[in-house]
Design a protein around this ligand. Sequence first.
Ligand code: UD1
Length: 427
Amino acid sequence: MNKIIVNGGKKLNGEVSVQGAKNSVLPILVATLLVNGVSVIHNCPYISDVDATIKILRYLGCKVTREEHTVIVDSSTMCRNDVPDSLMREMRSSIVFLGGIIGRMGKAVLSTPGGCEIGLRPIDLHLSAMEQFGAKVTTENGFIICSAEEKGLCGTRIVLSFPSVGATENIILASTLAKGTTIISNAAREPEIIDLADFLNGCGAKIYGAGDSTIVIEGVSRLNSTEHTVIPDRIVAATYLIATAMTGGKVTFKDVIPSHLGPIIQPLRESGCLVFVKEKNVTISSQKPLKRIKMIRTMPHPGFPTDVQAQMMALTTIADGTSVFIENIFESRYKHIGELLRFGAKIHAEGRMAVVEGVKALNGANVKATDLRGGSAMLLAGLSAKGKTEISEIYHIDRGYEEPEKVLEYLGADIKRMKVNEETTTE
Ligand code: UD1
């Protein structure tokens, strides 16, 4: 078990590039199943969710190799249509294998994903979409069996009652090789949906309108091998922008897609930070003391992302005044609050609402990462706090951030990763 130790109070300064997007690379790796050939995916971050995805691809019979940040998948050898429970549990978003496997094999057998740290994560929209394609959906001993082996998947019109990211991805994956045309209404509009469609269109798919609420997919009979570069991770960029704001520094983030960061830049400016956008670079110059952010409401894109709620809350703990959060996407995504209180933060939460009263400064604390983004909020609090912070259970953070301690150290933080047994011998 590793820990991260931070000695807070150092300003972040400099220039840095941002890793590839977790929420793009996972569905794109799954989409390589549809290719029945070789796909070369560049800019894949070293994060444990990518490792878990590669493990499942290999279990399914694909040949997967990795050269630095490039992952090469040969899915021509795919020979299975099931994912065992142990592998499903390794990754929260493994339900996206449903569309990839059924799209390629006509049948998919997956264990039910269940809940996780941030909420229940139901999959009714995913399953109902598969039924609308003509698949038969049954459950047996905790496994979901989706089968369209007799007639194959048939394009259809699917109206989502909520613009679910995962369901939109599964529908795109299942419809790419389906017979006829599929129309998704109220589709998710996240940039990662566009990246998935760009990869598939690069292989010869016919997907129109990704990024809008209506997506049209004309089924094709086969896909060709291609190369694709994953977009930069807007959530990681947001996390480090907030880190800079909280430490009082100035950092330029290179080769990002500034329009993806719009929902983050606006509240950062409200907090008093200066944020400059120049072509593919975003520079933040913190102006401490930070001001309160009146209201953060998490919403589907282009609203404020739920994946940055915990980090922005960390910022408001040291902002002057009272900030209010409303978490609209997940019903229990406030587990980080208990840990932020250990730093001396003042937060009151009830249901989906949290009220943060800013304090002058946080004090270093022993905390744990409660989930991926909640864990990154601990990093941010630790960087700005007075004294030493120890963060345990950092495997949550490693699911989505590539070597965060190295990125932050490069920018000037006093931070290191420590093995727990190493620590017990040194203290
Ligand atoms: C969600 C986030 C995504 C984030 C990811 C990981 C949104 C819209 N989605 O994606 O930005 O990167 O978590 O934190 O912000 N739902 C159902 N039935 C379903 C599917 C979903 O009721 O079949 C509900 C969920 O309970 C939840 C909401 O829809 O309240 C969000 O779901 P969805 O977008 O599907 O979640 P993810 O794909 O995990």
